[in-house]
Design a protein around this ligand. Structure first.
Ligand code: NAG
Ligand code: NAG
Ligand code: NAG
Ligand code: NAG
Ligand code: NAG
Ligand code: NAG
Ligand code: NAG
Length: 794
């Protein structure tokens, strides 16, 4: 088949965009958010802290940086402190030589530390690019001093941007890297071999690997094998130019090479494709990262899982997938049949029959003819299929680049897997696999500048994910349950790591002591789980406004999944068109006698509704008309004439006290709504209430919550421009209202999205971008269009 025809065929086969893509994260925390505090470590003279290694006891994080190796104390969860630092810098001559080879002094010629492994109980092994001439060394962990060692060719790459992998087991070091200046000669090898075995490397008479990019490695303790994960050019598909194929390669730990054939070369090297493809869609064929999740304590090693993050060669956008492979399946593929490479035609053919020795360990006594066969047959005929048959997750919005996974037991005793995925744009996504698919519990921004080199490690003992970037190391606690302030929010989060403690009345980390914990990870059913716990968690505020002022009542969504609706007894007699709900959830209207009153912002998520914010808007008490009554009383006993005219006889105020029940309030309001439909025609001409009061736009707030105070702390001057815009738009609305008859008006009510005020609201948002960021929450572009709706009475 001609290359172009094949590619065309592949393209016709399907598009990458999956129909069932991942829903957005429930909660977003921008960088430095107070709601989800992170611990950051950086030093002014240390950069590129991107190689991370946890000590066995989990109290130390070793960091390979630029020209330095650090030892960080991570025993405290709220601080990372420097224990030791050893500088490891190329000499002037080394740098001169590096520049002489045409390399950039700042970008390529420092020593970027690329390997850090605990080689024995007292020493660390390290390898660095060392001015484009890799060098390795030992570090005495007690004194944290560098013990030089000579010649590290073939253990880490020359280029600081090429990827590599290394793993130390029982004092032996296994590395996968390119081993030449140009970065084109891949090499998987064993160093510091024990038991007088030779050091073993890759046979170079055949091209075993083609431009691989190594992303990870893992050990199989039972079969005494090592696996390396990478993508490379798939030469078996010679008809497509540079087709990338994700792979796993194996070598046996105790391989000592052949006797005559394959001397000091792997006799156990074999590679297999990793399949990560949705049905009838283009494959995700570039492996970005691989995390090994050990089986639960006491479990069988064959249940070890590999979580791989994949992107696609054909995708230009931010798309990625997670595929999960099982060690058992990897073993099966390497124990199966192989393809043979024909040296003359450079073609692959399927092996006829099965040869017992292919992919096996212990071939040191194998015959020359068997080893000749081994040399040519190192590609399995089958690929490794993921456990779910296709990707476990497909994201059409995020390009994931690193992954870590942990198991956790929920309150009901069920095991869940929690993934931490780093996006190219700098967010850490926390994902949980539920019965009905993956769910993003939260996203936490950890960096803003794009990072070419980065890494993450997960410490289950410390309950933290560490992210290493050019700028420093950031520690992200796996959970911070206290961010959920009510039982309902705690349950709606559906985080298996968090649950509501009815005795302590707080959302808390699960510690599996004999404490009753309210949690519903699968369904997030608040009504059932929080029945006894429902209480008023809403914030209340009083707002004083002078006539004709623009009032903007803010309401912060408790989550990205929630939809906000405003309710008020004032909606009963007034047209909803006098009120604008902006994309950030704020309700905007003109202060007038008819609009003073109470307003409630209601959040609905997963069928559960709760009031999250209540306001009482009252007339401003000006010094010249002092009212003897309590000015804070929203009881409308103002002396203003127009006021009495429009305040209904029946007191419509819905007061929600600290012990008020949200459910009851809801019912009352529904009745009111029905009244409203019939009484609509009585609504007064709003123009009569809007009196020019000399453009005094100073609003005074009395708030109960600190966070609210922050969010409303917007510059006063903003109201001038706002008023002009809103007045204009309101004027247009009123004009249109006046034109339309009562009947027409009713019909339009259902057509909420297309009404002119709704459009006005969205225009308003363009003007007010500053206020969007002022509320301190990251707004997701994809949401704003759906979220936008005018406060509806239904
Ligand atoms: C986050 O905080 C760090 C340290 O306080 C500061 O250097 C950085 O500029 C902050 N970043 C943002 C985006 O606010
Ligand atoms: C959790 O967040 C709260 C603020 O929301 C903060 O005070 C607390 O220190 C955080 N806990 C951890 C373990 O980071
Ligand atoms: C660990 O390895 C280093 C470097 O090879 C060696 O000097 C040291 O003696 C070893 N320590 C132990 C306890 O084996
Ligand atoms: C294996 O490699 C190490 C590190 O280069 C070297 O010190 C050792 O002598 C080698 N062993 C053999 C048997 O060649
Ligand atoms: C090192 O960090 C700088 C920013 O400080 C970044 O531009 C560069 O790409 C990084 N290099 C490597 C090899 O990580
Ligand atoms: C407002 O609505 C109430 C209840 O439907 C009604 O009794 C009252 O007359 C209305 N007031 C005006 C001014 O339309
Ligand atoms: C606006 O109202 C405030 C508070 O009532 C008052 O102090 C201020 O003088 C008024 N400004 C104007 C321009 O009327």
């Amino acid at each position: 088949m001609a290359p172009s025809a094949t590619l065309l065929f592949l393209l016709l086969l399907g598009v990458l965009t999956s129909a069932s893509s991942l829903p957005p994260a429930r909660i977003s925390f921008p960088l430095n958010s107070t709601g989800r505090p992170l611990v950051h470590f950086s030093l002014h003279d240390v950069h590129n802290t991107t190689t991370l290694l946890l000590s066995d006891d989990g109290s130390t994080l070793y960091v390979g940086a630029r020209d330095a190796v650090l030892s960080l104390d991570i025993s405290q969860s709220d601080v990372i402190s420097l224990r030791r630092k050893v500088s490891w810098r190329p000499s002037e001559d080394d740098i001169k030589e590096c520049r002489g080879k045409g390399k950039n002094q700042e970008v390529d010629c420092p020593n970027f530390v690329r390997v850090l492994q605990l080689i024995n109980s007292t020493h660390l092994y390290t390898c660095g690019s060392f001015a484009f001439s890799p060098r390795d060394a030992f570090i005495d962990t007690a004194s944290f001093s560098l013990v030089q060692h000579d010649g590290a060719k073939g253990r880490c790459p020359f280029s600081p941007f090429q990827r590599n992998s290394a793993i130390a087991i029982d004092g032996e070091l296994f590395t996968a890297t390119t081993s030449d200046f140009r970065g084109v000669e891949p090499q998987i090898s064993r160093h510091f071999s024990k038991d007088s075995r030779p050091n073993v490397s890759q046979d170079t008479s055949v091209s075993l690997l083609d431009e691989p990019s190594f992303v990870g490695s893992s050990a199989d303790p039972v079969e005494r094998k090592l696996y390396f994960f990478f993508s490379e050019v798939g030469k078996e598909f010679s008809f497509i130019d540079k087709l990338q194929i994700p792979r796993v390669a194996q070598v046996c730990r105790d391989d000592s090479g052949g006797q005559r054939t394959l001397q000091k070369k792997w006799t156990s090297f074999a590679k297999a494709s990793l399949l990560c493809q949705s049905h009838k869609q283009l494959p995700f064929n570039i492996l970005q990262d691989m995390f090994t999740l050990q089986p639960p304590e006491g479990g069988d090693a064959s249940d070890t899982l590999f979580y791989g993050v994949f992107t696609s060669q054909w995708s230009s956008g931010r798309q990625s997938a997670v595929c999960v492979f099982k060690l058992q399946d990897v073993r099966m593929v390497f124990a199966g049949s192989y393809r043979t490479f024909d040296m003359k035609t450079h073609q692959w053919s399927l092996q006829q029959g099965k040869h017992w020795y292919l992919g096996q360990c212990g071939l040191d006594k194998a015959t020359d003819s068997e080893l000749e066969e081994v040399k040519r047959s190192f590609l399995t005929s089958g690929g490794v299929k993921p456990v779910t048959d296709g990707p476990a997750v497909v994201s059409s919005e995020h390009q994931y680049s690193r992954v870590a996974a942990m198991r956790t037991m929920a309150a009901n005793g069920k095991q869940y897997t929690v993934l931490f995925l780093l996006t190219e744009s700098g967010f850490l996504h926390k994902m949980v696999f539920l019965d009905r698919g993956a769910r993003l519990i939260e996203e936490i921004q950890v960096f803003t500048h794009p990072q070419l080199v980065k890494s993450i490690v997960l410490s289950s003992t410390k309950g933290a994910v560490y992210v290493g970037t050019s700028e420093g190391v950031t520690s992200v606690p796996v959970a911070n349950c206290s961010v959920y302030r009510s039982c309902s929010q705690c349950v709606l989060a559906r985080d298996p790591l968090c649950g509501w403690s009815p005795t302590r009345r707080e959302c808390t980390s699960l510690n599996h002591e004999r404490e009753h914990i309210v949690q519903d990870v699968e369904n997030g059913n608040v009504e059932k789980e929080c029945l006894q716990q429902i209480r008023n968690t809403e914030d209340t505020a009083e707002v004083s406004a002078g006539l004709n002022e623009v009032v903007r009542l803010q309401c912060i969504k408790p989550s990205n999944m929630a939809t906000l609706t405003w309710t008020s007894p004032r909606f009963q007699n007034l047209s909803e068109k006098l009120f604008i709900q902006s994309t950030d959830g704020s309700l905007i209207f003109h202060a007038a006698d008819a609009t003073f009153g109470t307003y409630h912002c209601e959040a609905e998520e997963g069928g559960y509704k709760e009031v999250v914010m209540s306001y009482t808007v009252q007339p401003m008490v000006s010094p010249r008309s002092i009212i003897p009554n309590d000015p804070k009383d929203p009881g409308y006993d103002s002396e203003d004439d127009s006021f009495e005219e429009f305040v209904p006889e029946k007191q419509q105020t819905v007061t929600i006290g600290p012990s008020g029940d949200a459910e009851d309030e809801d019912d009352e309001f529904t009745t009111n709504l029905q009244d409203d439909v019939t009484s609509n025609s009585h609504s007064p001409n709003p123009k009569r209430n809007i009196q020019d009061d000399g453009l005094n736009r100073t609003l005074t707030f009395r708030k109960d919550s600190q966070s609210l105070r922050e969010t409303l702390n917007v510059p006063e001057t903003r109201y001038y421009s706002e008023l002009v815009v809103v007045s204009l738009l309101l004027g247009i609305c009123i004009f249109i209202l006046a034109l339309g008859g009562v009947h027409q008006w009713r019909q339009r009510k259902s057509d909420v999205k297309r009404n002119p005020c709704a459009d006005a609201g969205s225009e308003l948002e363009v003007v007010e971008t500053s206020s969007l960021s002022a509320d301190g929450r990251q707004k997701r572009k994809t949401h704003s269009s759906e979220d936008f709706k005018i406060s509806s009475l239904k």
